[in-house]
Design a protein around this ligand. Structure first.
Ligand code: 5AD
Ligand code: SF4
Length: 465
């Protein structure tokens, strides 16, 4: 085992004893994750460490001895939600004075946020960031021994410490980080500042973890990175993302491989051919375009043009049968005019995405875009935003209508959240499909469902025996 992790395991044993003294019995941890799947994957590893420290997990804040929020800094709205929810748990310390409140993740990497937490949220006990997660036992030990608030060292490190245990939830889907950080510095984005430089995990480590996940029974595995297409840069091995995908595709077992996020500037025809040729790779590409206008793309520092993007899309459509495309779009980038926004609408129409993640521009401290003039009002941007959502709803309905009467292989994920007596799963193209079912043994398994009722963002159907 990695020496650094071994050291943390040893400290975890000491922490377990200290926690037992503090709480009198097995302590319970409530961990909540904001933001992207990268954060979800981090939380799984942090929960793995917390388990080593003697915690059991709870879904109920009221009975927790530790409340840990893993935070997101991508938009102001995400940060506001964290501040609101942190404020709301202060009262829990009155009923449980031994309660520990801890914050970690992207927001905490920003100095102005740490200052605000330090000065205005004195009931927050522990703060750590994205670079020192594997030292959770050491951080808790310092807090418990010193008995005063502990704000961890936030120094950036490019090191990847392998071997953190992951406590995955017990569903059919698993997340597997293949790289960390981002070097792209899109002008609106805070990620390169809070997650540091791009670095890839060695392929042997990824393959070993992938095999473990398959052996545990996971059937849908998503490889994660801010820009998976540049996987392998800086490693001492002859590898790139396509080669990694081909090695994983060859492994034994019944599973689907997904990945996100692809950056169009590094998305190659080699990658598209790989998706077309590897039977275990999902025929779904999430390829965030952000804008359909060349001036805006340049201002965003995206390094591709509308034409280059559309060329990739038409190559992919030609090569990959049953291809499903999704994207991220930012509405109202500083200085964007309505005419420029219309180029985004026309691109969305031309591509015909299965679904879209749409965001109104949010100014992030420290980014280039935060210094740009932004004359269009929020209300106006909101109108544009609604226009885009309406357009996408029509496109999605058309896609769903085409699914009527067809049968799909679906990974059953669990009970439907909206309909009693229904289960929900996803098609290979990542479309949610609900079907009447009462057989819990089906959860986590593949089944076949025929679509009977297409709706706009999901479809309903019936199991084919
Ligand atoms: N404002 C709005 N949306 C943003 N995103 C990233 N930064 C911002 C921002 N400052 C969006 C992009 C990215 C997705 C994860 O979040 O579309 O692809
Ligand atoms: Fe942000 Fe661009 Fe990096 Fe994605 S690629 S995390 S949008 S800087």
């Amino acid at each position: 085992m990695n020496e650094k992790i071994q050291k943390q395991y040893n400290i975890a044993d000491e922490v377990a004893e200290l926690l037992l003294l503090r709480h009198g019995n097995t302590p319970k941890a409530f961990v909540h994750t904001y933001g992207c799947q990268g954060n979800v994957a981090d939380s799984e590893r942090i929960k793995g460490m917390l388990t080593k420290m003697g915690y059991t997990m709870t879904e109920d804040k009221e009975e927790a001895d530790l409340i840990l929020y893993n935070t997101c800094a991508i938009r102001e709205h995400a940060e506001d939600r964290v501040f609101g929810n942190v404020g709301a748990i202060k009262r829990l310390k009155q009923t449980n004075p031994n309660l520990i409140i801890a914050l970690c993740g992207c927001m905490m990497q920003q100095e102005h946020i740490r200052e605000k937490i330090y000065n205005s949220y004195p009931f927050v006990d522990i703060v750590f960031g994205t670079h020192n997660q594997y030292t959770v036992p050491e951080i808790f030990k310092s807090y418990l021994l010193k008995g005063k608030r502990f704000f961890a060292d936030m120094t950036e490190t490019n090191e990847i410490v392998e071997g953190m245990p992951a406590l995955r939830d017990n569903s059919a889907k698993a997340w597997l980080p293949i790289m960390y950080g981002c070097d792209n510095f899109c002008s609106y984005c805070v990620v390169p500042y809070v997650r540091g430089r791009e670095r890839s995990r060695a392929s042997a480590d990824i393959i070993a973890e992938f095999k473990e996940i398959v052996a545990e029974g996971y059937k849908d595995i998503t490889l994660l990175g801010q820009n998976v297409n540049s996987y392998g840069k800086g490693l001492d091995e002859d590898i790139n993302f396509s080669k990694l995908l081909r090695s994983l595709n060859e492994l034994d077992g019944e599973f689907t491989i997904r990945f996100m996020t692809s950056h169009p500037k590094d998305c190659t025809k080699e990658l598209i051919d790989t998706i077309a040729e590897c039977e275990k790779l999902s025929k779904h590409i999430h390829l965030p375009v952000q804008s359909g206008n060349n001036r805006i793309l340049k201002e965003m520092n995206r390094h591709y043009t509308r034409e280059k993007y559309l060329e990739l899309i038409s190559y992919a459509k030609e090569k990959i049968e049953g291809l499903s495309l999704t994207s991220d779009i930012i509405v109202g980038f500083p200085g964007e005019t309505y005419e420029e926004f219309c180029d985004t609408l026309s691109l969305v129409k031309e591509v015909g995405y299965t679904s879209l993640f749409t965001f109104i521009f949010s100014s992030r401290k420290g980014t280039k875009a935060s210094l740009m003039e932004d004359p269009v009002s929020y209300d106006e941007k909101n109108k544009w935003f609604k226009e885009l959502c309406d357009l996408q709803e029509d496109i999605a309905s058309e896609h769903s209508a085409k699914m009527l009467g067809k049968a799909y292989r679906v990974l059953c994920e669990g009970k439907s959240k909206t309909l009693d007596g229904y289960f929900a799963g996803r098609t290979d193209g990542n479309v949610i499909i609900e079907f009447p079912c009462d057989n819990e043994d089906l959860i986590g398994k593949f089944c076949h469902v025929k679509v009977t009722e297409p709706l706009n963002w999901l479809v309903r159907g019936e199991l084919i025996k």
